[in-house]
Design a protein around this ligand. Structure first.
Ligand code: ADQ
Length: 453
């Protein structure tokens, strides 16, 4: 069996260092997870992009077929339909949803390009696995091109309830696009349930059996819930390396407060970063005895920087950090240490390792891999995962420390508990979480999905 993956982003990129170009694996769980099976089966990864591996004399471990997008496709397919329509709507941000009719034509056009490319390269025993909301029409388009292979699809973001889904004028076309898969996967039972409810409501000919299998016209689709995970051993091993431990101690010495809290997020309005900082402000306002004893490190990686909504968010975040630090700063101490950058794996794990708790305050999140990375990095079974109720991960974990990020009081109480909870209790919770992530790791996720397919 050979695997064909279709995803918006490439699994490898070119990195220039000291004037020399090198192939480097792109960060993220999905690529890490699929890498072994792609290498083993000599798979093909179809994605958008124009990276010139050959021109630089570089080889990738398996074939990457890139689809070149025109500037208009970038604007209307990627920035428009994907990130100004689907992304806000599927994350329940109705007010940020911007319907631009032209976007849909470009979404169809780019999905068709992907389908044509796959149809051209596919061989009889290949399995096709399509990733995420950028490519929801590809399954149907492949069938129309006569492709008979097994097709799987995984949605990495939430699938919204019917009240939100109904807002998209093209809701029926999207569902129909997915009806041509053999397996459609979601992170949680709730997302799967929402999907089945929408199918039942909008597709008259659909017949749902056992709350999982959909018969639609002459197709049969199985919907499954299977939360994605991380390479547990890689994070665990990295956290045990002397370089990381040294760096973590160095960080603690430099910061020099009793407690360190951490936030690690892509800079996205769905992640609730401003809400988190306002919760910290409320905590310090109401617990002044902790002023000077606590530092919160917020690491935010820039994304989608060409989209206005993201530019506005960056400005709001900068202002919030400045305002809160200005309010509480004293004797060289600031409550918030803000890093607006991508950090490498070892540094990231050192931050995970050195902090007493992580605060994940997403207002809505498909799953949230940071939660699992933090857990895998806590090799001494210490630390605390404070997790928003609105993440997919919250459906999987019982951390005992859940938080409602819309409520400053809830955030503040969770920080208070990080200072005051019993160490034994924390250890018990972390140990259980670590066992869970160790067992349900990313390699099992890939095996389970391909097993279903
Ligand atoms: P994301 O929205 O990107 O993923 P998440 O799952 O948290 O969210 O993954 C973020 C990744 O970026 C993590 O691997 C994290 O380590 C990394 N990262 C964040 N900040 C970083 C920084 N400053 N420097 C370096 N790395 C950083 C989407 C969905 C999620 C879903 C995943 C996987 O939105 O809900 O969990 O896909 O399906």
């Amino acid at each position: 069996m050979r695997l064909i993956i279709a995803a918006n982003r490439a699994p490898y990129h070119i990195r220039k260092r000291d004037g020399q170009a090198k192939v480097e694996r792109s960060p993220g769980g999905l690529v890490t997870a699929l890498d072994p099976v792609m290498k083993k089966t000599k798979g093909i990864w179809v994605c958008s992009g124009t990276l010139q591996f050959e021109k630089h004399g570089l080889e990738t471990p398996y074939d990457i077929e890139q689809i070149k997008l025109t500037p208009k496709e970038n604007i209307h397919y990627y920035e428009g339909f994907c990130n100004r329509q689907i992304w806000p709507l599927f994350h329940y941000f109705l007010a940020k949803y911007k319907l631009e009719e032209r976007d849909w034509e470009f979404y169809k056009q780019v999905n068709q390009k992907f389908a044509n490319q796959i149809a051209e390269i596919v061989k009889k025993d290949d399995k096709i696995w399509i990733q995420d909301y950028h490519l929801m029409l590809v399954p149907q388009m492949l069938r129309e091109l006569g492709v008979k292979n097994k097709i799987g699809f995984f949605l990495h973001i939430p699938f919204p309830n019917i009240e939100n889904f109904r807002v998209i004028p093209r809701r029926k076309e999207i569902l129909e696009g997915l009806m041509h898969c053999d397996v459609v996967g979601f992170h949680t039972e709730s997302y799967k349930k929402h999907f089945l409810e929408c199918v039942e409501h909008y597709l008259n000919d659909a017949n749902i059996q056992d709350q999982s299998t959909i018969e639609y016209k002459d197709t049969k689709v199985k919907a499954i819930s299977l939360p994605i995970s991380i390479d547990f051993n890689m994070f665990d091993k990295t956290a045990r390396s002397s370089r990381v431990i040294e760096k973590a101690f160095e960080l603690r010495n430099t910061i020099n407060t009793k407690v360190i809290g951490l936030g690690v997020d892509r800079l996205d309005y769905t992640k609730g970063i401003v809400e988190k900082l306002e919760g910290i402000e409320f905590f310090l306002d109401n617990n002044p005895e902790y002023i000077g004893k606590f530092t919160f490190i917020q690491i935010a990686v820039p994304t989608r920087i060409n989209i206005l909504e993201y530019k506005k968010m960056k400005k709001e975040l900068d202002e919030t950090v400045g305002r809160i630090n200005g309010k509480f700063a004293r004797d060289g101490w600031n409550p918030i240490s803000y890093i607006y950058n991508s950090v490498n794996l070892k540094d990231l794990v050192a931050y995970y390792y050195c902090s007493d708790f992580i605060l994940i305050s997403a207002l809505r999140d498909g799953l949230n891999l940071v939660a699992k990375e933090y857990v895998a990095s806590r090799v001494n079974n210490d630390g605390m995962l404070i997790l928003s109720e609105f993440t997919g991960a919250a459906e999987e974990f019982n951390t005992g420390y859940s938080v409602n990020p819309y409520d400053v009081r809830s955030i503040s109480e969770s920080i208070y508990r990080a200072f005051n909870n019993n160490e034994e209790e924390k250890e018990k919770v972390m140990k259980k979480l670590r066992d869970q992530v160790r067992e349900n790791n990313i390699f099992k996720w890939v095996d389970d999905f391909l097993g279903e397919l």
